[in-house]
Write a protein that binds this ligand. Structure first.
Ligand code: NAD
Length: 257
């Protein structure tokens, strides 16, 4: 098992990438701490972790609120004695996020509070715990949109993921000699709730798919396998990377017919 004796926090664990990663981490021997604001979804994910033979707890915490993140990390150390893996994955894509002219300040601020400040706060309170454990691995979920601009705009979301990517590089550099690795995971378009509620017609789905060389949306399970690699010692010389798991979208200029 690739995460035996490891304690892993996963934010955004009530659905999508976070849920599938929690199940996989549990199977690989980790003690999994599922963090979210959707308690019903979180408890359901925890049941799925246990049904797959894993062990874990669910903790309610809004990652944009310092006090809640600090209390969550305390609970992790009280329950399991340490923290080894921090998967800062929770994020939102707001329905009213658009171009610069149409996006409201409220949507911009909410997106940055959760997607950017949330990652910062998890690092602020999580890194001291990783240090106490002798090191560890941080994975921040960015996106392929940190690398590419789209004519179907979500300006706040796109900018927030660029911020996650640049924050990751600096964190990786600062903490490299403390045995703490920090990588940005950049998923391509996925068949999860977050994207499917935005691409809600066949036309919108096809408009996106035409840019993916593989011609399909990714699955959350496929992202979870990449997170497992970055979390485990298999990636012991990988830090500061922008880890693309995107069906080739960032490689393509023209895609196959
Ligand atoms: P999802 O909507 O299925 O899951 C996101 C989870 O985050 C939800 O359970 C939600 O309740 C939780 N969450 C939202 N705000 C929170 C907060 N303040 N504190 C704690 N939890 C909070 O989405 P997903 O597709 O699994 O996305 C996970 C991550 O992957 C996000 O950061 C997203 O931006 C990123 N991503 C998704 C795609 C895609 O196509 N779906 C592509 C690239 C990147």
């Amino acid at each position: 098992m690739r995460l035996e004796n490891k304690v892993a926090v996963i934010t955004g664990a009530s659905s999508g990438i976070g849920r599938e990663t929690a199940i996989l981490f549990g199977r690989e021997g980790a003690k999994v701490v599922l963090v979210d604001i959707n308690d019903a979804g979180g408890e359901e994910s925890l049941e799925m972790v246990k049904a797959a033979g894993g062990e874990g707890i669910y903790v309610h915490a809004d990652q944009s609120k310092a006090a809640e993140v600090e209390a969550m990390v305390q609970q992790v150390e009280q329950t399991y004695g340490k923290l080894d893996v921090l998967f800062n994955n929770a994020g939102i894509s707001h329905a009213e996020d658009d171009d610069a002219l149409s996006t409201s300040e409220e949507v911009w601020d909410l997106t940055f509070d959760i997607n950017v400040k949330g990652v910062f706060l998890c690092c602020k309170y999580g890194i001291p715990a990783l240090r106490r454990a002798g090191g560890g691995s941080i994975i921040n979920t960015a996106s392929f949109v940190a690398h590419l601009g789209a004519a179907t705009p979500q300006l706040a979301y796109t900018a927030s993921k660029g911020a996650v990517l640049s924050m990751t590089r600096e964190l990786a550099t600062i903490h490299a000699r403390e045995n703490i690795r920090v990588n940005a995971l950049c998923p391509g378009p996925l068949r999860t709730e977050l994207l499917m509620k935005y691409l809600d017609t066949p036309e919108k789905k096809n408009r996106r798919l035409v840019h993916v060389p593989m011609g399909r949306f990714g699955e959350a399970e496929e992202i979870a396998k990449a997170v497992l690699y970055l979390a485990s010692d298999d990636s012991s010389f990988v830090t500061g990377s922008s880890f693309m798991v995107d069906g080739g979208i960032t490689a393509a200029y023209v895609t196959p017919e």
